[in-house]
Design a protein around this ligand. Structure first.
Ligand SMILES: [Zn+2]
Ligand SMILES: [Zn+2]
Length: 352
């Protein structure tokens, strides 16, 4: 049985499966790409053929236009596809709508690329399905013991308690357009918030796409159309870059909130002027990473975008061989907002 190292290699474009002649989540345009999910650091424009879940293909078209790629090949969950000498299938990753893990098998040896993932149930996406493998390729966005995500329901409760406490103020919540926004809305609905939720214009199109894929979000209204005074006591969602700028200033005495795994770092919330940090993440935290790696049972783990070293040390103590892939081009957070990026300063914060 050949070791995955002999047929799956990091290249400047991304991870390359030689027997199948395709890349997984390439950061440059290639002839054939398998894409785990539609966040902009994983799904780039300009590929020839893209193999992905139907939801990911739809999201890529919605974000990058109909000519985002030349040809899209949808793959159903668990559907086996032979490409060259590799066999391929997808299983859910629990990260955002359509997010997949890519399982590749070559002569009986299997590697699984998880893309980004989380294990906490999320009403807007299918739950992560563990796949036994010889090499597991994991993200490491929150791979430090300090990162422990509280239950999202408790964070939503904090938000609703604050709304009840300040009925004259508008709560404006910063969140990314793909995934976090829709998850927050779904969590608010589950917590009993049935009032209309107001959205910054940048967030509306993907909410409509989620709804078209069967995710109910309740009544959504564009915040810009709201009459004067209408937003007092309401919840408004906006991209992280908009919550502290001119756009938010016309809201009624806004309470600035931000929903991100980075809100675990107090200094980060403070430096962004966030009054109510909500620790809600679409990435696995430290315990979830270790539990997932134990569950898939891979003797070897390759680590991408994040704090590789801490995770690799922890794995060594558990008898698992770790390897830092050091692929370039993946973000720390799924930041696709037009405004300032979280990544570099967040990295510094987490290490402080
Ligand atoms: Zn992502
Ligand atoms: Zn990512």
């Amino acid at each position: 049985m050949p070791h995955p190292e002999s047929w799956l290699q990091p290249r400047p474009e991304g991870l390359y499966c030689e027997p199948g002649d395709f890349f997984v989540d390439p950061v440059r345009a290639v002839a054939r790409a398998v894409v785990t999910h539609a966040h902009s650091d994983h799904a780039r424009p300009g590929h020839g053929e893209v193999l992905a879940s139907p939801e990911t293909l739809a999201l890529m078209r919605a974000r990058m236009g109909e000519d985002a790629f030349a040809a899209g090949t949808p793959l159903g969950w668990g559907e086996r596809r032979r490409i060259g000498d590799a066999e391929l299938f997808l299983q859910p990753a629990g990260h955002v709508l359509g997010s997949a893990q890519v399982a590749m098998t070559v002569q009986g040896s299997r590697a699984v690329v998880s893309g980004d993932y989380k294990r906490t149930p999320d009403p807007t996406t299918r739950g992560f399905v563990p796949i036994a493998c010889d090499v597991f390729v994991t993200e490491a966005t929150f791979a430090l013991p300090v990162f422990h995500h509280p239950p999202p329901e408790a964070e939503i409760r904090k938000l609703l308690d604050s709304v009840a406490l300040f009925p004259g103020r508008t709560h404006v919540v910063g969140c990314y357009a793909l995934g976090k926004c829709q998850r927050l809305i779904a969590l608010l609905r589950r917590a009993g918030w049935q009032a209309p939720i107001y959205l910054h214009g940048a967030l509306l199109p993907l909410c409509r796409l989620y709804e078209a894929h069967g995710v109910a979000l309740g009544e959504l209204r564009p915040a810009t159309m709201a009459a004067r005074g209408e937003l007092a006591g309401r919840i408004v969602l906006a991209p992280p870059g908009a919550i502290a700028d001119r756009w938010a200033r016309r809201l009624a005495d806004p309470v600035v909130c931000l929903a991100s795994g980075w809100m675990r770092v107090r200094q980060r919330a403070k430096s962004r002027g966030v009054e109510l940090p909500l620790v809600i993440s679409d990435h696995a935290d430290w315990d979830e990473l270790l539990a997932t790696i134990a569950e898939v049972g891979a003797p070897e783990v390759w680590v991408t975008h994040g704090r590789e070293d801490a995770l690799i040390r922890a794995l060594a103590l558990r008898g698992v061989r770790g390897r830092a892939l050091r692929l370039v081009g993946y973000g720390d957070e799924d930041d696709d907002s037009p405004a300032p990026v979280v990544a570099p300063e967040a990295r510094a914060d987490a290490e402080a």
